[in-house]
Design a protein around this ligand. Sequence first.
Ligand code: PLP
Length: 409
Amino acid sequence: MLDAHKIKKDFPIFRQKFSGQPLVYLDSTASSQKPQAVIDAVSECYEKYYANVHRGIYQLSELASDAYEASRATVAKFIGATIREIIFTRNATESLNLIAFTWGKQNISEGDEIIITEMEHHANIVPWQQLTAEKKAKLHYWPITDEGRLDLDKLDALLNGRTKLVSLSHMSNVLGTINPVKDIIKKIRKYRSDIVISIDGAQSLPHIPVNVVDIDADFYSFSSHKMLGPAGVGVLYGKAEILESMPPFLTGGDMITKVTFEGAEWNDIPFKFEAGTPNIAGVIGLAAAINYLEDLGMDNVYQHEQDLTAKVFSELLKIDGLKLFGPKDIKDRGAIFSFTLGDIHPHDLASILDEQGVAIRAGHHCAQPLHQRFGIEATGRASFYIYNTDEDIKSLIEGLKKAQELFSL
Ligand SMILES: Cc1ncc(COP(=O)(O)O)c(C=O)c1O
């Protein structure tokens, strides 16, 4: 079992007060807070071994390069991949765009089909809308049920001989739904083994144990900043043989082996996909974040969030007029709760909670089509992570009751 009170002490941000109250941070789905170990790893890099990577012959650059590559090994081990299959990007959005701009441009032709789902974040919608429009291909949206689950029976009707790619989230950033990606991938592979499957792991990887080989994904994308690491670093995992067949994304320094006046030759994977100077200290900070999570144990992280989920769920359901989205069975969801309360606008809700030091998100959470599916413009969203305690749940519930009083609900 995790001790969230003890964990909270590792995060300097919680020493501050907001509106005279200790910070109750319920927006880790947007971005997580950072433990001292990550902050230290980033400053230590700048203080002790910062230089550009892969270029210098001098000792300092070798130290920086070694630390940068050691971080790649840490990421690879964390998800069960090999180091050649880990590409550092800026964020999950860039990872998904990388797939669309390289694999997509090479493999999608007129009449081909791509399947995504109705519960995707814009980062896993817009690149495919752009690609299919440019290539005159077709984009299908796999429907969800009213409870916010993928309608598994409807997949069969969407798959056909022209399906080239299925791209879906492992965990919804609005509904909290954890999609059974392993079973889904197995089912798709059984139908046709050459369909490429991309998983958006931005919300799952920080919260549940993931092994990309076990789930058999072709691509898996995620962001450092949602899993205790620095912002400005993302990861794209891709199976080596697929990455090797893909053209580069951005071109320039580091991703070449040779450039002449006539042209250029590409470096091996993963460097082929890392043009220019990367976020060196950020990548090193991500490894520190992974070490922190591994010390806690990802099974314990998941269990802590399941416990919180059970408690939040039962408390929220007691509030009159509160409409909660997403699966009712807590084992099928993460600790992300999107809701409406009567006709209070979610922005008003978030402001009232903010006055009590409780930070929640309000809006469409970069999932406008999903909100459209439910016939609403916006929701309030409270999301929980390793540092959230029972007291945080209490503050949320008290804040919501205060909002009800103010609006005479
Ligand atoms: C499911 C999902 N996918 C992709 C993203 C995009 O992540 P980033 O903004 O770090 O690129 C997010 C961010 O909230 C997300 O929740």
